[in-house]
Design a protein around this ligand. Structure first.
Ligand code: ATP
Ligand code: MG
Length: 428
């Protein structure tokens, strides 16, 4: 059937040649893209022409003050902008194997043909886009770059395939994700190991928050771990800046994968902040202790009742704002009952339990921050955090060393169009 009959196709649904070809011979024209033409003598921009124009009030020798005068106080000089360099081709990498297909992209393991480095390439799913490059993809790249940290996955570059709908984020390859690892490792993590992992996670989250970025999808499958005992927070696909005034519609509630979603989002809060990530950190802490997710609910209402059961229903003193939340009136609160932390986490010390309860605190204003949690006495009591070098290493499923299907957790919520504020993609 001709294309005019079947209608316009969605280009990125078609796999790119890079994803399907096995040999180097037929890599297509993008294999060796023609080098960008270099201008030997850069053309003088209007701004620099202006900045060199003689000023009547200044002495002709004072070029610095001349350029300051000729520029708007609101626009930085052109030299302050990063240089524009064209993205490299995906054919600079040799595809090794596919790792995982998530909700927003397919992730491949690949080898840099120049350096031999093993990397991970996340192909962004751009098929639904009808209005150019999606803002959510820009946001993911931008947030990853704004949050560079030892415990955040390192982003190397963005490369393109044959068409502009084939965009790949190139990251350092990390051997495991915690969700898969928890299902394949024979024994649960030791307390000393959980402390190290929590300290790393908290320091990454504190770093993101201090850079005005909310992650909004913290969960074990988005925490990568290498064979040297280091955690790297990944998947900034739902991340956004916070701190700017919020639009009339409020912030989207379609964030954070269900099991890790904070109660204020579940109950329809129009604005929320760093505390939503801290709730997810609490769920991850519990998952490391239990070796399975804490709230394995099938629906929002089931999740709310599971939370009420573990924590006891919210009361006026534990969450004064609760009655004002949009969905609070639709929920019948069970009769007051004490929380069940002690029964659920029988082998935890009092300090460990206190940290968990501080993370899983109803009132977002009272929920512990990442900076505060890093100072919690749990981390200084015995057993002390284990040095990362002392962690055992495991075969990497992502590198094809062994593969087993982990438990099925719900997928990340669909991205909503509230996020179309261009301001969100600005670096903080
Ligand atoms: N840098 C990396 N190194 C190794 N594996 C990775 C890397 N990045 C991602 N992965 C693997 O790919 C999976 C999916 O990646 P990611 O979470 O970024 O995509 P996603 O489409 O947003 O996923 P989802 O919506 O399911 O959370 C991860 O859970 C992990 O197993
Ligand atoms: Mg993910």
């Amino acid at each position: 059937m001709s294309e005019s009959v079947s209608g316009p196709s969605t280009p990125s649904r078609k796999r790119s040649k890079w994803e399907t070809n096995d040999d180097d011979v037929d890599e297509g024209p993008s294999l060796r893209p023609p080098p960008p033409k270099r201008r030997l003598k850069p053309k003088q921009s209007r701004a620099s022409e202006l900045s060199q124009a003689p000023s009547r009030s200044e002495s002709p020798t004072s070029s610095h003050s001349q350029s300051r005068l000729s520029q708007s106080v609101f626009v930085p000089p052109r030299t302050f902008h990063p240089p524009f360099i064209p993205s490299r081709s995906v054919y600079c990498y040799e595809r090794l194997n596919s790792i995982e297909e998530g909700s927003y992209g397919i992730v491949f393991r690949a080898k840099d043909k120049q350096t031999g480095d093993i990397v991970a390439l996340k192909k962004l799913k751009l098929d639904e886009e009808k209005q150019g490059f999606p803002i959510t993809a820009l946001r993911e790249i931008n947030a990853l770059m704004a949050c560079r940290h030892d415990n955040v996955v390192g982003v190397r570059e963005v490369v393109v395939g044959e068409t502009l709908t084939q965009v790949f984020i190139v990251m350092d390859f990390i051997e495991h994700d915690l969700k898969t690892l928890l299902t394949v490792m024979p024994n649960p993590f030791l307390q000393s190991e959980i402390k190290t992992l929590m300290l790393q996670l908290l320091s990454a989250v504190a770093h993101c928050h201090s850079n005005w970025i909310l992650h909004r999808d913290l969960k074990t499958s988005n925490l990568l771990m290498n064979n040297r005992g280091t955690i790297k927070v990944a998947d900034f696909g739902l991340a956004r800046r916070y701190g700017d005034p919020v639009g009339v519609g409020g912030m989207t509630q379609l964030v954070v994968t269900l099991w890790y979603r904070a109660p204020e989002i579940l109950l329809g809060a129009k604005t929320y902040s760093t505390a939503v990530d801290m709730w997810s950190v609490g769920c991850i802490f519990a998952e490391l202790l239990l070796k399975e997710p804490l709230f394995q609910a099938k629906s929002e209402i089931e999740l709310i009742s599971m939370i009420f059961k573990l924590l006891g229903p919210p009361a006026n003193n534990s969450w004064p704002e609760y009655p004002n939340l949009p969905l609070a009136k639709t929920i019948t609160l069970p009769s007051p009952q004490p929380n069940q932390f002690r029964q659920k986490f029988q082998y935890m010390t009092a300090a460990g339990l206190d940290l968990l309860m501080s993370l899983l605190t109803y009132d977002p204003d009272r929920r512990i921050s990442a900076e505060e949690a890093l100072q919690h006495p749990y981390f200084s009591e015995s057993p002390l955090p284990k040095h990362p070098d002392m962690f055992a290493s495991f075969p990497s499923a992502a590198a094809g060393e062994r593969r087993r299907k982990p438990f099925n957790s719900p997928s990340a919520p669909m991205r909503a169009a509230d996020n179309l504020l261009l301001a969100d993609v600005d670096a903080p």
